[in-house]
Design a protein around this ligand. Structure first.
Ligand SMILES: [Mg+2]
Length: 311
């Protein structure tokens, strides 16, 4: 049986009742209608994933549905926005109902967790390409920008970093005795939405780690026109990543590997006591531009591709 576009949306993506009281009209008309309270701002982001570019062709579609939504919610988290609604655009070579059912299951499980409404979308025929536009709400003026880091404030990171990068290395052939955590961190990233909300008014700048700590912190440094000194020895690393570094000597992994979707943010010292325990202070913002790494007492300079010993 072949499903037309309407039947496909109806069967897998129709949400009978909008969850958010602010959603006036969801899927089913030419546009959705969202109400925005006057004391709030709407944060909007979009992210696209293309087969063989952003994900492997044989990946579990439920994981893909989760990750597509997670990476978008992560951008909302990095602004301090509370997830509100999303639209979904699917381009598929053919209609594979089994694939769609699993994809929708993964997508909606995460959507449910954060009470986010799917309010519209589009399906077209072509190479497998998945796009989400996500919208979130922030009390007016409290968005966490990349441009707010000032000299002397502290740099924090949530959770642990490098696990997703190690997961990718495992998929590419690296043999790890404990593959479960890194693979799960790679396939099923957890957006730090609650943390982002809790950092409103506390963090002076924030970004989510999608491309690697060094690159993403680099965006904060650039937008804030400051530099940073990171203490490598303070990076929160799982036992799996520590073991990988011991085995391979590749200590740059937690700095350069992406896909962790943790938050990196800056905080003034007087707000440090407000930061949750699962976040770690890893460095300080400096007037001297560039990113310096202090590792076992040696200074390293980030060159864009990797690190060089400072000479
Ligand atoms: Mg981002």
């Amino acid at each position: 049986m072949s499903l037309g576009e309407f039947g496909l949306i109806e069967r897998y993506f129709q949400v009978k009742q909008p969850r958010q009281s602010l959603t006036q009209l969801g899927i089913g008309d030419d546009c959705a209608l969202l109400n925005i309270p006057s004391d709030m701002q709407l944060a909007v982001t979009t992210d696209t994933m293309v087969e063989n570019v952003h994900f492997f062709a044989n990946v579990n579609p439920a994981w893909l549905g989760h990750k597509l939504l997670a990476v978008n919610l992560s951008d909302l988290a990095a602004m301090g926005a509370t997830p509100y609604a999303v639209t979904l655009a699917l381009t598929m070579p053919k209609i594979d109902e089994d694939w769609l059912q699993h994809f929708a299951n993964g997508f909606f499980a995460l959507a449910q967790q954060y009470q986010v409404d799917l309010i519209g979308g589009d399906t077209t025929s072509g190479p497998l390409t998945l796009s989400v536009q996500a919208m979130g709400l922030i009390p007016r003026g409290l968005a966490l920008l990349r441009s707010g880091a000032r000299v002397g404030v502290l740099i924090y990171v949530s959770g642990a970093i490098g696990d997703a990068g190690l997961g990718l290395k495992i998929l590419q052939g690296y043999i790890s005795p404990n593959a479960e955590l890194p693979l799960s961190r790679f396939h099923l990233p957890q957006p730090r939405c609650r943390l982002g909300e809790n950092l409103r008014g506390i963090a002076s700048s924030c970004i989510d780690i999608s491309d690697g700590l060094a690159a993403d912190l680099g965006h904060i440094l650039q937008k804030s026109a400051v530099g940073a000194r990171l203490d490598w020895d303070k990076l929160p690393l799982s036992a799996e990543v520590q073991q990988y570094i011991l085995q391979t000597g590749d200590w740059c992994l937690p700095l350069t590997a992406g896909d962790d979707y943790e938050l990196c943010f800056t905080v003034a010292a007087h707000n440090q006591h407000l930061i949750p325990d699962n976040c770690r202070c890893i460095g300080i913002i400096t007037a001297e531009l560039g990113l310096q790494i202090q590792r076992f007492g040696r200074k390293q300079i980030f060159t864009g591709k990797g690190f060089e010993h400072f000479s």
